[in-house]
Design a binder for this molecule. Structure first.
Ligand SMILES: Cc1ncc(COP(=O)(O)O)c(C=O)c1O
Length: 380
């Protein structure tokens, strides 16, 4: 089956007893055993729940993975990822230097005290990553693809090759593109990571995350952590994620079509000093992303000429909502320096140019003309 069909049929056929088209919400924490030593396959919902299993099976299928595990949030999935690193061996985690701020917070406040050493790299600079990996000591490379909010584009095949040579695990945070546009495991990654909260669920109404593993062995290790630490999504949340997945293809196509129009509008606006969208032919990541993915996604960042404008824009938008997060059907505008990326150390923020004039847009499925008119009004 092709991807649009897998998506539309997400969860269908899970209940042969009734034929229910919509996967039932199995709101049960525990399951009775037919006899001593026998199981229906479901014993206790932290370990497995039928609604969650339906979601995990679709996620594994979409990415071509051996096994997927769903978590209560994208952060819980990241936490499980870092727990994969065995104690006593290589202990460095190399990560994209402009990742979601929560990734840095988790690395600095929890992974570092637990003995891991975070190292931040421009993962779009393949040579720099190769040098770091060749130097030894890296247990895991985590690439955000594209990075957030600067939308820099890594060469995933090249990074996968360098990780293999160095014996490091390679995980791609594919939250922005989703399997509809890019499948990390087909490009050599060991794991694909998702904040399901974003495009996969797509309606700004549920928190969830996932790790999809390329091999059964890795998938079983992730599932062990999932069960042992217990950061699992409830059945209702899994159902919402399944329902969202069904329309991922049409949502994302519309969202990226809108994003291109908005990026073109911003690039021509006299008060906008920089527009970051890999879908623009002049963007540094354009060719690389075009060569690797089936689209450019629907995240657009832009810089205005003066910091004072930011407050005005955030106060005056009417179609965009001033809110954190991304990937839903409603367009959002975010101020990374004080919201999503406040946890990045200030010197790193300065070096990256992640300044207080930068705004990030998550483009939804509204009419592009309304979105453009809203921005035009707010920009003054
Ligand atoms: C790229 C990326 N990864 C991970 C996360 C964390 O996901 P969650 O908010 O579901 O915990 C986010 C959240 O914004 C994100 O943008």
């Amino acid at each position: 089956m092709r991807m649009a069909t897998i998506l539309a049929r997400a969860g269908v056929g899970r209940d042969p007893a009734t034929g229910a088209i919509s996967t039932p919400i199995h709101q049960s924490s525990t399951f009775s055993h037919p006899r001593l030593g026998q199981s229906t396959g479901f014993d206790y919902s932290r370990t497995a729940n039928p609604t969650r299993t339906a979601l995990e099976n679709v996620l594994a299928q979409l990415d071509g993975g051996a096994r997927a595990s769903a978590f209560s949030s994208g952060m819980a999935a990241l936490d499980a990822l870092f727990r994969l690193i065995p104690a006593g061996g290589a202990n460095q985690v190399a990560a994209t230097e402009d990742p979601y701020g929560g990734t840095v917070r988790l690395l600095e406040k929890f992974a570092r005290p637990a003995g891991l050493i975070p190292v931040y790299l421009d993962t779009s600079d393949t040579a720099a990553v190769e040098r770091k990996l060749a130097g030894g000591g890296v247990a895991l490379l985590l690439a955000e693809f594209p990075s957030n909010p600067l939308l820099r584009v890594a060469d995933i095949d090249a990074l996968a090759k360098a990780c293999r040579a160095a014996g490091a695990l390679f995980a791609v945070d594919n939250t922005f593109l989703t399997p509809w546009l890019f499948r990390p495991l087909e490009h050599g990654a060991d794991l694909a990571l998702y904040s399901i909260t974003k495009y996969l669920a797509g309606h700004n109404d549920v928190l969830a995350g996932a790790l999809v593993s390329k091999t059964r062995e890795l998938g079983d290790r992730v599932a062990f952590i999932q069960n042992a630490a217990g950061a699992v999504p409830g059945p209702q949340d899994c159902w919402l994620a399944l329902r969202g997945l069904k329309t991922l293809a049409i949502r994302l196509e519309r969202q990226q079509d809108n994003a291109r129009k908005i990026a073109e509008f911003l690039a021509g606006h006299p008060r906008v000093t920089r527009t970051l969208y890999p879908g623009l032919p002049g963007d540094p990541g354009h060719k690389r992303l075009r060569d690797q993915s089936a689209g450019f996604g629907a995240m657009v960042s832009f810089e205005v000429e003066a910091k004072e404008m930011v407050q005005e824009i955030l106060a005056n938008v009417q179609v965009f909502s001033f809110a954190e997060s991304l990937g839903g059907v409603e367009s959002l505008i975010t101020y990374p320096a004080v919201q999503t990326h406040a946890d990045l150390p200030p010197p790193l923020r300065d070096r990256l140019g992640l300044n207080d004039r930068l705004l990030r847009l998550s483009i939804g499925i509204e009419d592009a003309e309304d979105l453009i008119a809203d921005l035009a009004r707010a920009l003054g």
